[in-house]
Write a protein that binds this ligand. Structure first.
Ligand SMILES: [Zn+2]
Length: 398
C-alpha cells in the first residue's frame, strides 16, 4: 500500500535534539516512510490511501518500553483480554516486554526461563495485536544460568535480559550474568527501587552503578522509588538509560527528568508504562507521562514525545520511533482534545491535558482514522480523503 498523510499542522520528529520536521505531508510506501515533510501533488495522487490530517500534529508511533506481556493479547495479572489492542488506541505502536514474569506458574530453573523467553519471542514474531509490534522474550536472569545458556537463546533471537526477579541473595550477584548478556549483544535491564514482588529486595544507585545495565527499569520506582540522592549519582557516574514509568513514583519521575535535563543527559530519559501490573491496564499511560513531564517538569512537549519514541528506539536499537525517510511507517495523529482550553496538541500537553488521538498508522497500515476508543475526540477533523482499496479504517472492532 502507498499512503499519504496531508495537511499536517506540525510534524514532531521523535529526535529531541532536532524535534520538528518542516512541511505538511508524509508519504508511506509499504511498511516504511518514503518521505517526511514535502511531497509533490503527483506523489500524493499516486497513493492508494490519503488521510487528511486537517491541521493536526503527527508524531512517531509511541514505544512503550515497559509492558508486562505474557502470551497473546491477555494479561493474567488483570485477567483481561484485548489490552494491547486497546494500547494502540492510546497511540502505542510498539511494546517492549519487561520480561514474562506474569506467566502463571512461570519457571525459575535455567532451562525453564530459557524456554519461556524463546517461546515468548517466537509467539510474537508474526503476531501484531491491533497492529502493534511486540518485542517479547526477555530472559529472566536466575541462578544457574550461564553465559553459554545466554549464547544459546541469543541464537534463537532473544535479545532482552532482565535482572531483578531472580532468586539471588543479593542484587550484586547479577553482575556476571549482565556482563554475559551484554557480551551476547542483549539489551540488559535492571529492576530499580523497592520490590514489587514481596521478598525480592530493593535495588538502589549502588547496585545500578555496580551492575551497569543498559536500562534502569522504572528508575522512578516500580512502584517504590530509590533514595533521591541516588538519581544524580546514576546520571553523573554512568550512561545507564533512565526509564521513567507511569506506574511509578510521580515525584521522582519529575525529579529525574528535571535533573537529566539540567545535567544534559535527557537523551537517556525513556518513557514506559510498567503495565499491566497491580496498577492496572493503562492504554493512555504513555500520553499521561508525556503530559506529566511537559506540564510539571518543564520538559518541552516535543522532547517528552521524543523520550517516548526516538530515545526508546535508539537505546533498544529499533527501526522505528522517528519520522524520517526509511524508518518504520508508524505514525500517530494527535490534536488538542475537544472541549479543552488549548488550540493544538503540543499546547494541550504542556497544559497537562491528554492529547486526543485521531489516527494510528503502524507498519504502513492505518489501524483507525477518526476517533480513538480511549482518548477524547480531536478538535480538528481527521479523515480519509481518498481510499481506492476495499478497506474500512473507521476503527470498528474486527
Ligand atoms: Zn515492571
Amino acid at each position: 500500500m502507498r499512503l499519504a498523510v496531508t495537511n499536517i499542522g506540525t510534524i514532531v520528529s521523535g529526535d529531541w535534539r532536532d524535534p520538528f520536521v518542516r512541511g505538511d505531508t508524509i508519504v508511506v510506501s509499504g511498511p516504511k516512510l518514503e518521505s517526511v515533510g514535502a511531497a509533490s501533488a503527483a506523489e500524493v495522487e499516486s497513493c492508494d490511501v490519503v488521510i487528511d490530517a486537517g491541521g493536526a500534529t503527527a508524531i512517531p508511533g509511541l514505544i512503550d518500553s515497559h509492558v508486562h506481556v505474557t502470551f497473546g493479547d491477555y494479561t493474567p495479572r488483570q485477567q483481561a483480554v484485548g489490552y494491547l489492542e486497546s494500547y494502540v488506541h492510546g497511540g502505542v505502536t510498539t511494546a517492549i516486554s519487561a520480561s514474562e514474569v506474569h506467566v502463571p506458574g512461570r519457571p525459575r530453573d535455567p532451562e525453564g526461563v530459557k524456554a519461556l523467553a524463546v517461546a515468548a519471542r517466537k509467539c510474537f514474531d508474526g503476531y501484531r495485536p491491533g497492529g502493534m509490534t511486540v518485542h517479547a522474550g526477555s530472559v529472566i536472569l536466575e541462578p544457574g544460568l550461564t553465559g553459554n545458556d545466554l549464547g544459546e537463546i541469543a541464537k534463537q533471537g532473544v535479545w532482552l535480559a532482565k535482572a531483578g526477579f531472580g532468586a539471588f541473595a543479593s542484587p550484586y550477584e547479577y553482575a556476571p550474568l549482565i556482563a554475559a548478556a551484554r557480551a551476547h549483544d542483549m539489551i540488559t535491564t535492571v529492576h530499580t527501587g523497592g520490590s514489587s514482588i514481596p521478598g525480592s529486595g530493593a535495588i538502589t544507585g549502588d547496585h545500578l552503578l555496580a551492575l551497569r545495565p543498559d536500562v534502569s527499569f522504572h528508575v522512578n520506582g516500580g512502584p517504590t522509588a530509590m533514595p533521591d540522592r541516588d538519581f544524580e549519582r546514576v546520571i553523573r557516574e554512568s550512561d545507564i538509560a533512565l526509564q521513567i514509568c507511569t506506574a511509578g513514583n510521580l515525584r521522582t519521575a519529575l525529579l529525574c527528568a528535571s535533573l537529566a535535563r539540567k545535567l544534559e543527559a535527557f537523551a537517556r530519559v525513556l518513557i514506559g508504562t510498567d503495565t499491566p501490573t497491580g496498577s492496572g491496564i493503562m492504554p493512555l499511560g504513555m500520553l499521561y507521562t508525556i503530559a506529566h513531564l511537559a506540564s510539571l517538569a518543564g520538559i518541552a512537549p516535543e522532547a517528552a514525545i521524543a523520550a517516548a519514541t526516538g530515545s526508546n528506539a535508539r537505546v533498544y536499537r529499533l527501526d522505528c520511533g522517528l519520522l524520517a525517510a526509511g524508518k518504520a511507517a508508524d505514525i500517530v495523529l494527535i490534536d488538542a482534545p475537544d472541549g479543552g482550553t488549548q488550540s493544538d496538541a503540543l499546547s494541550a500537553i504542556r497544559n497537562g491535558d491528554i492529547a486526543a488521538v485521531g489516527a494510528v498508522i503502524s507498519g504502513g497500515e492505518p489501524r483507525f482514522v477518526g476517533r480513538s476508543r480511549n482518548t477524547p475526540a480531536t478538535t480538528r477533523k481527521i479523515r480519509i480523503a481518498k481510499c481506492s482499496l476495499p478497506r474500512d479504517f473507521s476503527g470498528a472492532r474486527h
